[in-house]
Design a protein around this ligand. Structure first.
Ligand code: CMP
Length: 140
């Protein structure tokens, strides 16, 4: 499988509970490398733009409100099949359905406050990485 890059976000519930190190240990133990990272306070406009594909969903307004409720950590993960690997390590979107040992099963509070975001395809990963990082900020 090819080396890939994917966009990861540690969400406000994770930064609020001081879980960034524990969560990133899961990625690193699984062989993914953090090759770019920044902590940010998203604006409403930025959160709306990032989650624009969900604009018509019933949960969109609450999702945006949650994502601006505290700092996030945006990061680029690199490794073999990183898009799918990251999604395995995160577990299902709803922590009630997340497999044992996954980040969301261990740490998520709810389907909304689910601790982490990860790109769902290589194509979206490229778009999402470019949303947060310029080339000079990514050091593989
Ligand atoms: P994420 O992978 O960041 O992508 C969109 C987010 O919307 C998702 O994780 C969830 O945190 C959030 N969300 C809130 N409610 C729902 C829902 N009913 N179905 C899917 N995602 C939801």
């Amino acid at each position: 499988m090819a080396t890939e890059r994917t966009l990861s976000i540690l969400k406000p519930d994770a930064t609020r509970r001081n879980l960034t190190g524990k969560i990133n240990a899961k990625f690193e133990e699984a062989g993914l490398r953090i090759i770019a990272q920044k902590r940010l306070q998203l604006s409403v406009a930025q959160a709306e733009a990032f989650y624009g594909v969900h604009r018509e969903r019933g949960f969109f307004r609450d999702l945006v409100t949650f994502m601006v409720s505290g700092p996030v950590v945006a990061q680029v993960l690199e490794g073999e099949g990183a898009v799918a690997r990251n999604r395995e390590i995160m577990g299902a979107t709803n922590p009630a359905n997340a497999a044992p040992g996954t980040i969301r099963q261990e740490f998520a509070e709810s389907i909304e406050a689910n601790s982490v975001h990860g790109s769902d395809s290589a194509e979206n990963a490229a778009t999402e990485i470019a949303f947060f990082f310029s080339g000079i900020e990514i050091v593989g």
